[in-house]
Design a protein around this ligand. Structure first.
Ligand code: NAD
Ligand code: UDP
Length: 350
């Protein structure tokens, strides 16, 4: 074995997926806040497989231990229950700061806590990055563009956010988190990266977190009508989780300091998206031998307050700077997600 081949697995740890054995010079000590959540747990999987040492900080508000339980006991992995609103000390080389509820019902359930998480949590993690000289990446969001008047949204657009609306705890929280991030960069020389993530979906998304992808799939599988808010003329673009993880890791390891949009630029009205979900669920059910599955209808519901009317990323910068672009079509990703929820239903956990 030569360490540079990066291809040996821990044969004595057979209950874990095989991980690369990196030479010490390449192995990073990586802190992932929010690592027990949907995006965080996929990031943890990839970082572990790449051979890094990963510590997860999470208060399990919207995440869960089971999302990362397959790594518990691995010598490269540590799971710490901690709220990022409180300071935390650890030696590390890279910090992916993801801790923050992301779905509107969750972040609106306790708006003061959401803004504390974004402000104090980011302040604490930037303080840690300053002390340890770790590189710091924050998972920001397309929500910083608010209800955009520029379409699609490039990183140079400053946004259109209602500062006192129901979404403000999240939107303004992320905007101030970005401001803090660049404050620490300019004032203290902290090495920072900012990823602005657009709507992302995939396995491990909490089925009850109220987002449109999880709602529609679960409803269609249960034979219930899809809950279409406000007539469904508003648009979104949906990115599959594996594309996002490629982009986050490329962003962390690039030299580019300004914000980078990560998202899929195939845009759907929510009404069109309801049709795509129903098509994909039908296809999967047929492949699984369920011939008489009924095609569900839609149920009109009120439009939530301040719901953005259109959203689609301009990903020119990600392509130029990271050589990154999404590889998963929405139909491919939805098939994976439908199979994941079907398996959960079959085992009785959904
Ligand atoms: P998620 O709710 O599944 O994960 C968030 C994680 O952070 C959870 O494990 C939760 O328990 C943890 N957390 C929340 N508050 C915390 C606190 N105070 N201290 C410690 N841990 C805390 O959401 P997600 O979809 O995985 O989102 C992860 C990150 O990506 C968030 O920062 C979110 O703003 C960002 N993002 C996600 C999307 C998306 O479509 N999923 C889009 C844009 C931005
Ligand atoms: N939406 C919907 N039905 C649902 C959930 C959401 O029509 O059951 C709509 C929602 O109003 C929004 C879009 O789908 O316009 C995306 O909502 P989601 O909560 O997934 O993400 P976000 O609004 O944060 O982009």
């Amino acid at each position: 074995f030569h360490p540079d081949t990066h291809s040996i697995s821990y044969t004595t740890l057979s209950r874990f997926p095989p991980v690369k054995l990196l030479p010490p010079s390449k192995r990073k000590r990586v802190l992932v806040t929010g690592g027990a959540g949907f995006v965080g747990s996929h990031l943890v999987d990839r970082l572990m497989l790449l051979g890094h040492e990963v510590t997860v900080l999470d208060n399990f508000f919207t995440g869960s231990r089971t999302n990362v339980s397959h790594w518990v006991g691995h010598p490269n992995f540590e799971l710490v229950r901690h709220d990022v609103v409180e300071p935390f000390m650890i030696e590390c080389d890279q910090i992916y700061h993801l801790a923050c509820p992301a779905s509107p019902p969750h972040y609106q359930s306790n708006p003061v806590k959401t803004i504390k998480t974004s402000f104090l949590g980011t302040l604490n993690m930037l303080g840690l990055a300053k002390r340890t000289k770790a590189r710091f990446l924050i998972s920001s969001t397309s929500e910083v563009y608010g209800d955009p008047e520029v379409h699609p949204q490039p990183e140079t657009y400053w946004g259109n956010v209602n500062p006192i609306g129901v979404r403000a705890c999240y939107d303004e929280g992320k905007r101030v988190a970005e401001t803090l991030t660049y404050g620490f960069h300019h004032q203290d020389g902290v090495d920072v990266r900012v990823a602005r993530i657009f709507n992302t979906y995939g396995p491990r998304m909490n089925p009850s977190d109220g987002r449109v992808v999880s709602n529609f799939i679960v409803q269609a599988l249960r034979g219930e009508d899809l809950t279409l808010y406000g007539g469904g003329k508003q648009t979104r673009s949906f990115q599959y989780i594996h594309d996002l993880i490629d982009g986050l890791i490329a962003c962390m390891n690039s030299d580019f300091i300004e914000p980078i949009n990560l998202g899929n630029n195939e845009e759907f009205t929510i009404e069109e998206f309801a049709d795509v979900v129903r098509d994909v669920v039908e296809k999967v059910q047929k492949e699984d031998g369920v011939e008489n599955a009924k095609r569900v209808g839609v149920k009109d519901m009120n439009m939530p307050k301040d719901d953005p009317q259109q959203r689609k990323p301009d990903t020119t910068r990600a392509k130029e700077v990271l050589d990154w672009q999404p590889r998963w079509t929405v139909r491919m990703g939805l098939e994976e997600m439908v199979r994941y929820y079907k398996a959960k239903m079959a085992e009785g956990s959904l």
